[in-house]
Design a protein around this ligand. Structure first.
Ligand code: PEP
Ligand code: CO
Length: 450
């Protein structure tokens, strides 16, 4: 179907198809009331901004820019505070500076922020000590606490999620354009606990070089506007279709539907069924879209997803986020990249080195080893180098705090440390130091690619 032939009824065609991973809402009438209310709310993002991100992603698919997408696995309502949002943004900014400076590539900054409130789960229920309750599905659906009351899906949470997304995005916009993200502040983003680590010291050195470069430019009379703020985009998994549908609006400029809950929405590995509701819904909205591809993906299904989601071969419309695992990436990725390249449809290839590398530590904590994360990114770069294609970015789960959720890193966290600050509401996140370690490693890989 071509974009120009979309009709309003198409936005509801997904309702006739199987939709996986949707909550079992106890009171459907309440869901309708809430979505009607959501449909009246102002947009969180504007269609023109989504188009701008599409332009940036088109540059990524041409090999001219690199995506840095990241944030929490699952955001929480209590996490939409000024401090928490600033700390996450700082992490993103520090990583972006390392990549921009050390790899000399423009970085497209996309938060896994301001809407990442819904989670697909491998099991619908969770059992503890003989008690079985619905699984936690993200704060837009139910509570993390293991009680019957908290785990009952509550549609009022959808409104709460919208409000928290608005608060978070407002903070992000203020931090990224209100002077805080000015490149002259590059030292200020290095928090004390980070500065004492090997990655933090390396960052200080790089920040010093940037300072000198900025002073040199100033002395030459150059002070471009680009140095004083950054372009920031929001993204989350487009999982709860009632929520995404309620926040989809017809753009007055183009007459086209845009999902105004975020700039970019991705379809998860568990909901990317070709004939399922998620692909059906997202093929009709005009935002840039990404699809996560796990190790069971075939080249043929990848091509069918491309045909479904980007039939017009619009540059920047589609990103493929591979999350294959360090042990599979070198086997599985080559045939995907080859087949897609032959197909000649523009895509941005992004590596999620987190979700294929999760394991359970003896203590029972779900964790990831930084070395495995780095190895998957290295495999991603190797495959693209061998095939002459562009490794277009990374998608990571991190936080700005000094948590102990992933093991490894220059300031090493071992499995016995995990209990110290294990705070995630879902998957384990890199802490700030580990995120910087990763950024330096990726910058080196990128430089080696050229
Ligand atoms: C996620 O990004 O948190 C997630 C569930 O990913 P995937 O769809 O790749 O499993
Ligand atoms: Co996750």
């Amino acid at each position: 179907m071509s974009a120009s032939s979309i009709t309003p009824g198409d936005l509801d065609s997904w309702r006739a198809l199987p939709s996986t991973q949707q909550p079992d809402w106890p009171d459907p009438a309440r869901v309708s009331a809430v979505t009607a209310e959501l449909a009246e709310q102002p947009p969180l993002v504007f269609a023109g901004e989504c188009d701008q991100l599409k332009d940036r992603l088109a540059a990524v698919s041409r090999g001219e820019a690199f995506v840095l997408q990241g944030g929490d696995c699952a955001e929480t309502f209590s996490g939409s505070t000024a401090d928490a949002v600033r700390d996450k943004l700082e992490t993103l900014l520090q990583m972006a500076v390392v990549l921009t400076y050390a790899a000399s590539v423009p970085v497209v900054k996309i938060g896994r922020m301001a809407g990442q409130f819904a989670k697909p789960r491998s099991r619908p229920t969770e059992s503890r000590d003989g008690v079985e309750l619905p699984a936690y599905r993200g704060e837009a659906v139910n509570g993390f606490e293991f009680t019957a009351e908290s785990r009952r899906p509550d549609p009022a949470r959808l409104l709460h999620a919208y409000n928290c997304a608005a608060i978070t995005l407002n903070l992000c916009r203020a931090f990224t354009n209100g002077g805080y993200a000015d490149l002259h502040e590059v030292h200020a983003w290095n928090q004390d606990f980070v500065a004492q680590s090997p990655a933090g010291r390396r960052y200080e050195q790089l920040a010093g070089e940037i300072d000198r470069a900025l002073s040199f430019m100033k002395a030459c009379g150059a002070d471009p506007e680009e140095l004083h703020g950054v372009e920031f985009y929001s993204s989350h998994e487009g999982l709860l279709l009632e929520y995404e549908r309620a926040l989809t609006r017809i753009d007055s400029r183009t007459g086209m539907p845009y999902d105004v809950s975020a700039h970019l929405l991705w379809i998860g590995d568990r909901t990317r069924d070709l004939d399922g509701a998620h692909v059906e819904f997202f093929r009709h909205v005009r935002n840039p879209i990404a699809v996560k591809l796990g190790p069971t993906i075939s080249p043929d299904t990848t091509l069918s997803l491309i045909e479904r989601l980007n039939p017009d071969r619009e540059p920047g419309r589609l990103a493929l986020i591979t999350r294959l695992g360090a042990d599979r990436v070198r086997d599985v990725l080559p045939s995907l990249v080859e087949k897609v390249t032959q197909h000649d449809s523009p895509v941005a290839w992004i590596c999620d080195p987190m979700h294929g590398n999760t394991f359970e530590a003896p203590s029972g904590h779900k964790t990831r080893r930084l070395e495995h994360v780095l190895d998957e990114v290295a495999g991603f770069f190797e495959v693209h180098r061998a095939l002459g294609t562009h490794p277009g970015g990374i998608h990571v789960e991190f936080t700005g705090d000094n948590v102990t959720e992933c093991v490894g890193g220059g300031h090493e966290i071992v499995e016995d440390d995990l209990h110290r600050r294990y705070e995630t509401a879902c998957d384990p996140r890199l802490n700030r130091r580990q995120s910087l370690d990763l950024a330096f490693a990726v910058a080196e890989l990128y430089r080696g690619q050229r």
